[in-house]
Write a protein that binds this ligand. Structure first.
Ligand SMILES: [Zn+2]
Length: 192
């Protein structure tokens, strides 16, 4: 009995390793080796109706994520449909719901003008806040090469791309096509 249990654990470990390998960007492997079920992208939608002057920056931040990961796609919600993510401009610090937000779930990005007025790059802010939506916490490393270092990087930092580690974490967050389970909402505030 013990031996049989052990074999089952070993098999699960092998599955876990395969999921990690599957998290590599699609460009790293020929398309015909991809497992269709595991690679199906999750799609979440956003509404920028209240994003005011930040609509272009939000579109650029979203495009960067869509270029950086394959397990999740972020698309604009069709007019009249309920979006998973609302993007709202206001005069406070930027902040966002901590995801991963999934189909059926919801989150909010606030494009706070306070960080823009302090000189932080607006596309980087948008990509950072969507990083929270995709399940990444803040990591105040001070490095411009890290997207989730946020305001711990200098205001001169214009990098809006996730690091390889950050992109891999999002790939793992969306490795399955589960729908959203109801959870308590956590909002991360990005004050400098
Ligand atoms: Zn943050």
């Amino acid at each position: 009995m013990f031996r049989r249990t052990f074999a089952l654990i070993a098999a699960n470990a092998a599955v876990g390793a395969a999921v990690v390998l599957g998290a590599a960007p699609a460009t790293a492997a020929p398309a015909d080796t991809a497992a269709p079920a595991a690679m199906a992208a999750v799609t979440i939608t956003y509404d920028d109706s209240y994003a005011a002057e930040f609509k272009d920056a939000v579109a650029q931040g979203v495009a960067i994520w869509n270029q950086s990961v394959t397990n999740v796609r972020i698309v604009k919600a069709a007019v009249g449909t309920r979006a998973n993510v609302r993007v709202i401009a206001d005069n406070n610090w930027p902040r966002a719901t901590l995801g991963p937000v999934r189909p059926g779930g919801s989150g909010t990005v606030w494009m706070g003008r306070q960080a823009v007025q302090q000189g932080y790059n607006v596309v980087r802010i948008a990509a950072h806040e969507f990083g929270h939506i995709l399940g990444l916490p803040d990591r105040r490393t001070g490095l411009c090469s890290d997207l989730m270092s946020g305001s711990s990087a200098p205001t001169s930092c214009a990098n809006a791309k996730p690091s390889a580690a950050e992109a891999s974490q999002v790939q793992r967050n969306y490795a399955t096509t589960l729908t959203q389970a109801p959870t308590r909402e956590i909002i991360l505030v990005d004050a400098a």
